[in-house]
Design a protein around this ligand. Sequence first.
Ligand code: SAM
Length: 200
Amino acid sequence: PMAPTPERFAKIMRVLRLRQPTLTVLMDEVNKPHNLSAIVRTCDAVGVLEAHAVPPKHGTLAAFEGHTYDATSGSAHKWVKVNPHADAVSAVRDLQARGFQVLATHLSQRSVDYREADYTRPSCVLLGAEKWGVGDEAAELADQNIIIPMYGMVQSLNVSVAAATILFEAQRQRLAAGMYEQPQLAPEALAALAFEWAYP
Ligand code: SAM
């Protein structure tokens, strides 16, 4: 493989030093390629290291290995790995066991404004399917339920718009907390990824 130019390598290092391994999303059966692609592109922009997804029931795991992204992703899927999970409930448990608070985007008795959550903690935003939203069981299991206040005639936002709104609030809080000033990745992990990205 060809060696990257010094500029290219510098860019890769700059981006990896900004990556936030403690910020992620879990997409529960988000089934439209343009929504998946837009969410992954926003993840890259905010510094999400890896995302998580429960493939749509009628899709296949291959859907998350690069085949269902469209031009909307702007090739962001090359820089944000999407880990597949069997179902939302087991994915939530898995992420919680790894120390993430799961914030389900779900309207319930205990929902709070998304800006009230503390995204400087290890956080995973659970996003629901376009048709059904987040399932009740996964929402109950989540640490918090969050909602973007809606004052219009339409009840919900497009899932990729909701994801961007919440992830940029997370970015705002993490910037204020200085979390983009020092690499959040361990040195060995950063070096391994730099090598992978430089020699794709
Ligand atoms: N009919 C579905 C329902 O009742 O939940 C609508 C789902 S909405 C089109 C798709 C996803 O976008 C939701 O599961 C959630 O992840 C996100 N979303 C949309 N509007 C939202 C809002 N106001 N606050 C938080 N998340 C929202």
